[in-house]
Design a protein around this ligand. Structure first.
Ligand SMILES: Cc1ncc(COP(=O)(O)O)c(C=O)c1O
Length: 318
């Protein structure tokens, strides 16, 4: 690890993250009716480009990279790849993105990958079977060679490993005294694993998986063991709100997200955030939260491409 005085240490504080992230109480009749207070933990306001859980998960990696090229992995629309590319530009680090899908190499770049390239990221496309085996040492070594980045600092897919999970503990600490339940959407489960540890045993951490499969409990336990030496906090997962899997949606979910944006004036990221918000409204309507309790939803991301800037005063200023 580097120290702030180490010349190889990137100047993360110089990026002026807004931490602790703002907490906003919103008035929503669907929660009011059940006597539940509803809070939004605006991690999407931490930094304009290292948004939400990206800041919490990437910052420890960027420090640990000590100025080396940062290589990481993602799909064609990966929020994580875009955030890593942006971090590279902001901090003067070289970045390489290993992209799932060899066929994408010969197609025009989608807006997400085009943004990565504009931010200076070098893309390296691999077929899906190699991508699946990317954590195996021989496959990884071959990938690093092929990408011309043998000395690179490797950040796992989604940024999730012990270091990142420890980075997410602060999210839980920021919510520990203000909520009875804190909910977050889960991909790899790293954000939930860290948040639950920071919340401690009094506050329930609720994870809403956006992928189908039911494998997350094992992954979250493994991440907590790697990060903290064993299970931490009181967490659980509710598997009913993935809407068919990653990036899948339904007209009902789209309508819900649009309605939420209109009611509360906040942009709703569709892959993750829409699903956790939908889940919380559904749970409130099932009377799953005791009357008098406080429920917080973590807003872990922002839609991409970013929506047009709202008129002054239209954004809540928590
Ligand atoms: C906006 C957003 N929210 C939530 C998550 C889920 O995070 P995790 O992979 O730590 O479960 C991701 C994925 O990185 C994300 O991009």
């Amino acid at each position: 690890m580097t120290s702030p005085d180490d010349p190889r240490s990137p100047d993360l504080d110089g990026l002026r993250p807004r931490l602790p992230s703002p907490l906003l109480e919103v008035v929503d009749r669907r929660f009011e009716r059940c006597g539940v207070r509803f809070l939004l933990k605006r991690d999407d306001l931490i930094h304009p480009e290292l948004v939400g859980n990206k800041w919490r998960k990437l910052a420890p990696h960027l420090a640990a990279a000590e100025g080396r090229t940062v290589l990481t992995f993602g799909g064609a629309y990966s929020n994580h790849l875009r955030a890593t590319a942006a971090a590279g530009r902001l901090l003067g680090l070289r970045t390489v993105g290993v992209v799932r899908g060899h066929e994408l190499r010969d197609r025009p770049l989608n807006p997400s990958l085009a943004r990565c390239v504009a931010d200076g990221m070098r893309l390296h496309f691999v077929d899906r079977s190699t991508y699946r085996r990317k954590a195996e040492p021989e496959t990884l070594a071959a990938l690093l060679r092929a990408a011309g980045a043998e000395d690179a600092y490797v950040v796992p897919e989604g940024g999730s490993n012990a270091l990142a999970v420890r980075g997410c503990r602060a999210l839980g600490e920021e919510l520990a005294d203000v909520a009875d339940v804190a909910a977050v959407a889960c991909g790899t489960g790293g954000t939930l694993a860290g948040m639950a540890a920071g919340l401690g045993p009094r506050v329930r951490a609720l994870g809403i998986p956006v992928l189908k499969g039911g494998f997350l409990p094992t992954d979250v336990r493994a991440l907590q063991t790697a990060a903290f030496g064993g299970p931490r906090g009181d967490w659980s997962l509710d598997d009913r709100f993935h809407f068919g899997g990653y990036a899948r949606t339904t007209p009902e979910l789209d309508a819900f997200a649009e309605d939420f944006e209109q009611r509360h004036g906040i942009p709703v990221e569709r892959l993750y955030v829409a699903k956790v918000l939908y889940a919380l409204v559904a749970l409130a309507e099932e009377h799953a939260f005791p009357r008098g309790s406080t429920v917080a939803a973590v807003i872990t991301g922002r839609p991409f491409p970013a929506p047009p800037a709202p008129a002054p005063g239209a954004m809540p200023s928590p």
